[in-house]
Design a protein around this ligand. Structure first.
Ligand code: G3H
Ligand code: 13P
Ligand code: ZN
Length: 321
């Protein structure tokens, strides 16, 4: 099964009132955990790499692993560049076989963001690759960029931006935030559904993306800390709010932190419970299982994307194609 773009995925997701999970990958364990869960649920999926992930694992290694996952699973999988910082990085990924790229011009002026996004869209579309852009600023850390405050997306600007750039999807800021320390423990996170509704009304049928959508699972944080970790308590994005967003125009939901926390919790537990263990397959295997459990729960409770992959013909879990 060749990798697919996000075009058809998003069309089906929009019409079906669900979203596709976009999970960050860095290594074999994260990819296998995500794919095992998606196979069990017959869910389409976006595997995305940041520039940091590419630097860590190497682009050729990541592409080979994702192609292997696609061949083995038969699922609808898109390989996506997360937070592409410039035209050159996007071009490199497109030329190497990514089926989707994000150009993140959100820290530039509106005009500069349009100019940069247009340049990427023109090149990507000439190669049959889809483009996600971003308008508005999320609080938190995006690679090396730290923003203290949200700048919520302006719906009228979103319309103008999409019209001028011809991008395929748009990441918006409505109250989500990157990383593990999104909000202090007693904070009540809130998504600005009125902004999402207005954008949906003004751009009917157009796929919207949410970044920074991890729930920061308290159980994972507790396990990490019980086994020698030092991760401050924090509140993530409530699952019900994300499910509501995915039933609306939100077609792609990005999650990375929850996978990182689950991997770390499981590895710490193995080391804590079995100090004699030194076979990497044992502790990395539980890290993979942690990722799988998180993705299964996201498909059920956040995304609603069960049976969204076109590859499997029956509703069973037998692996038939
Ligand atoms: O939004 C950022 C993602 O969580 C990727 O993080 O740049 O540390 O790989 P990273
Ligand atoms: P989290 O940090 O909430 O997992 O968000 C990840 C993300 O948006 C990747 O682009
Ligand atoms: Zn992001």
């Amino acid at each position: 099964m060749p990798l697919v773009t996000t075009k058809e995925m998003f069309k089906k997701a929009y019409e079906g009132g669900y979203a596709i999970g976009a999970f960050n990958i860095n290594n074999l364990e994260s990819i296998k955990g995500i794919i095992e869960a998606c196979k069990e649920k017959n869910s389409a999926v976006i595997l995305q790499c940041s520039t940091g992930a590419i630097k860590y694992a190497g682009m050729d290694y990541l592409i080979a692993l994702v192609n292997a996952a696609s061949k083995e699973s038969g699922l609808d999988i898109a390989l996506h560049l997360d937070h592409g910082p410039d035209f050159e990085t996007c071009k490199k990924c497109i030329d190497a076989g990514f089926t989707s790229v994000m150009i993140d011009g959100s820290h530039h002026s509106f005009e500069e963001n349009i100019k940069l996004t247009k340049q990427v869209v023109e090149y990507a579309h000439s190669k049959g690759v889809t483009v996600e852009a971003e308008l508005g600023v999320l609080a938190g850390v995006e690679d090396d960029v730290v923003a203290d405050d949200h700048i919520y997306t302006n719906p009228d600007e979103a319309v103008e931006f999409v019209k001028q750039t011809n991008c395929d999807s748009l990441a918006i800021a409505i109250g989500t935030s990157h990383g593990a320390f999104k909000f202090p423990p007693n904070f009540k996170p809130e998504l600005k559904f009125e902004i999402l509704e207005e954008i949906q009304k003004k751009l009917p049928g157009f796929p919207i993306v949410l970044h920074g959508a991890s729930a920061v699972d308290p159980e994972s944080v507790k396990t990490c800390n019980e086994y020698g970790g030092k991760i401050n308590d924090a509140v993530g994005i409530p699952v019900e709010m994300l499910r509501k967003a995915s039933s609306m125009a939100v077609c792609k939901i990005n999650m990375d932190t929850d996978l990182r926390l689950a991997m770390t919790a499981n590895i710490r537990k193995v080391f804590g419970d079995t100090p004699s263990e030194f076979d990497p397959r044992k502790y990395l295997g539980t890290a993979k299982d942690g990722v799988k459990a998180v993705v299964l729960s996201k498909i059920e409770n956040v995304l609603g994307s069960e049976n969204s992959s076109s590859s499997k013909k029956c509703g069973c879990n037998c692996g038939c194609k």
